[in-house]
Design a protein around this ligand. Structure first.
Ligand code: SAH
Ligand code: SF4
Ligand code: F3S
Length: 485
């Protein structure tokens, strides 16, 4: 803490009476927060609102659901509007622009706070694990009330209570945690689909990537905890789950009774009520034949595999510490396509990694043309402080990167459009996800292969799987007609 803070006597008493068991402790703090929120609400004559804003990946989004779970249990009412009594940014730091968005919006939040004395501003997530970020907050953002990181989300209700009863900035960061705390409240964004963490952290240390530093070492959840969670979700009406981890293919290592990711998938498949299973992310170096076989025989695993390649050049892959070669990756794709001919393959690609030569870049282009991805996320290399690649020589000039990026994007888009055309005219299973944002007479649904289709249907179909004829391909999405009912 930057200054010596005098603890409020009421808070001292609350802390002294707290149970030590993690779950009981957090329940205790939720009930105290609830009393205080009720008191404030009575005083103001209105409900207190909260807004949780997610900046990062699916794992970040799942954490936001845990944060919202605590806030709602404490009596806050969810709002999308940042003019709320409690606003929290769940941050991402994977690329510089993710950080810039947070700094930019924080200034805006301070103007809102000036008009609402009740307002609490909190920051959490990956960015907060960085020392330089916390220094900047302490120095330049005194109006931020609470800061915590990725390893202590399970302590959020306690931190909330500390914030409610203090008038100084609360900052709690753990460097890593071996602990996985189960059974805390959670509020799902969607009724019919949910992410499920199967593991946390990452041990791969790709040289460009900050995730292992901000998410800590890889640890898998116990299979029984995962299965129980999925069963509960199914009982609650969820039909699609997305198993989440930075590298799901190495799931199970380090457990007392190690099991493979493919074995876990088979267990999840048995759960009644779950109709679709997705997972993110697969690292090519660990993708097993066993997994391909399980996918080929499964009725529930979606026909989509996200297999980040990052680069098509073996030299660059080596310097990225990806631990596979171009040839290995292409052989893997061939094997997957043989066993799963209708699978959609998607990927992540980084352009402008230090040392990327024209030839390296051409290798990436040729790999993209050879694999023919259904879609690809393309990223400009972003230098992350503390990662090995940040100090590599031969950082690539911006204009060269931009030119390569544009060329790659064009190729990726042409291929995606061509692949999408192949499905036009087919009737496919679609999970109806939401009312179309632009045209409320339409709904938007997702195919097993993760493409999106818009079609006319009643909103009562949201959350169910229906048959849709894909009438027309618009490049990145389809227009269709529902054929059931
Ligand atoms: N665990 C996943 C990826 C998580 S990060 C995996 O290994 O595939 C998502 C994507 O962000 C990565 O696949 C990579 O393409 C991109 N990325 C990560 N660090 C980056 C950086 N420093 N600059 C640009 N893109 C980056
Ligand atoms: Fe980052 Fe590599 Fe881990 Fe993915 S596998 S999170 S890219 S270090
Ligand atoms: Fe970002 Fe953290 Fe996810 S850095 S990509 S939110 S794991």
């Amino acid at each position: 803490m930057s200054k010596i803070n005098v603890i409020n006597p009421k808070l001292a008493e609350i802390l002294a009476n707290a149970p030590s068991n993690d779950v009981a402790r957090q329940d205790y703090f939720i009930s105290i927060a609830k009393e205080e929120i009720q008191r404030r609400s009575d005083e103001l004559g209105r409900k207190l609102t909260c807004c949780v804003n997610t900046f990062g990946c699916q794992m970040n989004a799942r954490d936001s659901e845990k944060i919202l779970g605590v806030l709602e249990a404490a009596g806050y009412v969810e709002s999308e509007d940042e003019h709320s009594d409690f606003v929290i940014y769940n941050t991402c730091t994977v690329r510089e622009n993710a950080n810039n968005r947070v700094w930019g919006r924080l200034g805006y939040l301070s103007t809102i706070k000036k008009k609402n004395a009740q307002m609490i501003i909190a920051l959490c997530g990956c960015m907060m694990q960085e020392d330089i970020v916390r220094e900047k907050i302490k120095k330049s953002y005194p109006y931020v009330d609470l800061v915590f990181g990725t390893h202590n989300i399970y302590r959020f209700s306690e931190l909330l209570v500390q914030t409610l009863f203090s008038d100084y900035q609360i900052m709690e960061i753990l460097d890593d945690s071996k602990k996985i705390v189960e059974e805390l409240p959670i509020v799902r964004k969607y009724a019919y689909k949910s992410g499920v963490n199967i593991m946390f952290g990452c041990n791969n240390f790709c040289t460009y990537c900050i995730v292992p530093y901000v998410r800590g070492r890889e640890k898998s959840r116990e299979p029984k905890d995962i299965i129980n969670e999925v069963k509960k979700l199914a009982a609650d009406g969820v039909i699609e789950i997305m198993l989440l981890g930075q590298n799901v293919n190495s799931y199970g290592k380090g457990l007392e009774h190690p099991i493979s990711f493919a074995e876990l998938l088979q267990e999840v498949e048995k759960i009644d009520g779950i109709e679709r299973i997705r997972f993110m992310t697969s690292h090519p170096k660990d993708l097993s034949d066993e997994l391909i076989d399980v996918m080929a025989h499964s009725k529930k695993i979606c026909k989509h595999l996200h297999l980040p390649v990052q680069s098509g050049s073996t030299n660059l892959l080596k310097s990225m510490n990806r631990r596979y070669t171009r040839e290995h990756y292409l052989a893997l794709v061939k094997k997957i396509r043989e066993k799963l001919p209708d699978i959609a393959l998607t990927t992540d690609i980084i352009v402008g990694f230090p040392g990327e030569t024209d030839q390296d870049f051409e290798d990436t282009l040729s790999l993209v043309k050879e694999v023919e991805y259904d879609s690809a996320f393309t990223f400009i290399y972003s230098k992350r402080t503390g990662t090995p690649a940040a100090s590599f020589e031969n950082q690539i000039p911006d204009d060269v990167v931009k030119e390569r990026f544009d060329r790659l994007l064009k190729v990726v888009q042409e291929i995606s459009a061509k692949k999408a055309m192949e499905y036009t005219g087919k009737v496919v299973d679609v999970l109806v996800e939401e009312v179309n944002a632009q045209d409320p007479s339409l709904v938007t649904g997702r195919l097993s292969n993760n493409s999106v289709v818009h079609f006319a249907a009643d909103k009562k179909f949201i959350g169910s799987i229906v048959n849709v004829h894909l009438d027309e391909c618009k490049g990145f999405y389809y227009l269709g007609t529902m054929v059931t009912e």
